[in-house]
Design a protein around this ligand. Sequence first.
Ligand code: NDP
Length: 250
Amino acid sequence: MSSTACPTTWLVTGANRGIGFELVKQLLESPDNLVIATCRNPEKSTALSELKKSAEGALHIIRLDVTDFANVRASAKEVETILGDIGLDYLVNNAAIVAWDSVFDMDPEKLVDILRTNTVGPALISQVYLPLLEKGRAKKILHISSQAGSMASFEELIAEEHRKLGAYALSKAALNMLAYKQKVARPDLIVIALCPGWVKTGKYSMQDMGGEKGLLQPEESIAGIIKVTTSATSADSGKFLRYNGEEIPW
Ligand code: NDP
């Protein structure tokens, strides 16, 4: 357990590497936080296992494949058991996949896979975890989105790479609408879609998101994400924000 009697509780998807892992790491720097790090293969995540050794009970690692709907439902029961009487304060939908395709050559099966992971997963997780969020104090859902899903800022996007993100851009635009619709449906929650910036994660292959060309180190992006998320009020709900708090046009 965290050292506080009633810790601030977080659940992060895709926490075994990249932005998700760095987020868990920085959250554990505060003794007030209790973190549930979720990933597809906990038994293979040596990075999370290492982190757990020094977390003094403040880190729980559970399996959550966001495309496996039965697993998503079962995970909420597991989390409820971990949390006991307290609820979930922050739900962070971070897990995602990418393809460097474009709209006239994207593979329809890949498009379905990307939508399932990046949009349907977060939608179902939000539904399934709603009772735990209702019990929490912060009642915040953070969807890690991308500026690639913004129509209004498309022309500003600096890199040629962004022009190749077909299926991914569709999935993030849909995720943004999910955030907005969730805010409208539940004004008592604070729901934010947030772009972490172009962050150096992975190795810049077809499977990797940020890559070496990224403009930000994970540490800087995540410090901003935590600040923006923890300070967000109901006036920010339904907004599309950058890691530094700037608003991104839809
Ligand atoms: P990475 O590719 O480094 O990490 C992605 C994470 O998602 C991995 O932990 C991966 O797990 C997990 N994941 C993928 N599919 C599933 C699944 N079905 N179930 C559970 N976990 C899954 O990406 P980043 O850390 O760079 O990106 C994190 C978030 O930030 C994403 O939402 C991304 O769209 C967004 N983003 C990133 C940017 C960047 O520049 N890096 C820019 C804009 C947005 P596994 O290890 O098992 O594959």
